[in-house]
Design a protein around this ligand. Sequence first.
Ligand SMILES: CC(C)(COP(=O)(O)OP(=O)(O)OC[C@H]1O[C@@H](n2cnc3c(N)ncnc32)[C@H](O)[C@@H]1OP(=O)(O)O)[C@@H](O)C(=O)NCCC(=O)NCCS
Length: 165
Amino acid sequence: MTIELKPIPDEDLEAFHRMMADPSLSINTGSVPTGVDMEWSRVRLETRRLEERAGKRVDRGIYEGDTLVGTAGWFYNEDDNMEIGYAIHKDHRGKGFATGAAGLVLELLRADGFKDPVYAQYFKDNEASGRVLEKLGFERVGSVESISAARGGSSPAWVMRIDQL
Ligand SMILES: CC(C)(COP(=O)(O)OP(=O)(O)OC[C@H]1O[C@@H](n2cnc3c(N)ncnc32)[C@H](O)[C@@H]1OP(=O)(O)O)[C@@H](O)C(=O)NCCC(=O)NCCS
């Protein structure tokens, strides 16, 4: 079955929360602390909707049929560069969903007429994410110390970029 990107409705808050509360997900993100509660997930969904209305980001659920298998989207980072992000629920990894969903995010940007470079970052010990980006044509352009709420500080990360959408 193929995947599609859709806004996450309130009915899927519990499924969204199960993803966010999983330590194997939060450890590789910048902004998700370990062991978040349902209220944190509710606020997160709501905040992301408000940021989308303000033109700062688009965040989508990744759906396989009716099943929420992950999230993916774009945002303007602290340098005002376009950056993408994605995460897959642990039960649905290894099936190409992150690569497919990140590719769909690039397609969304392309369809909007976006032509500038697109960035992504991943912690150096998160090789699966590096592989996703390589498969999409991103190239390594730098190295930074990036904050991770779940790691409780900063951790070395690769900066990746794709120039031709
Ligand atoms: C990283 C993550 C998004 C990958 O999702 P996924 O749906 O399993 O990714 P895909 O199936 O599209 O591709 C994964 C690739 O990494 C490879 N891979 C998996 N584990 C790996 C590892 N430990 N080392 C190297 N490569 C690995 C897979 O073999 C696959 O490559 P291939 O197609 O060449 O075989 C998922 O593990 C995840 O959500 N992790 C937690 C959150 C996260 O890391 N988000 C990204 C933040 S930068």
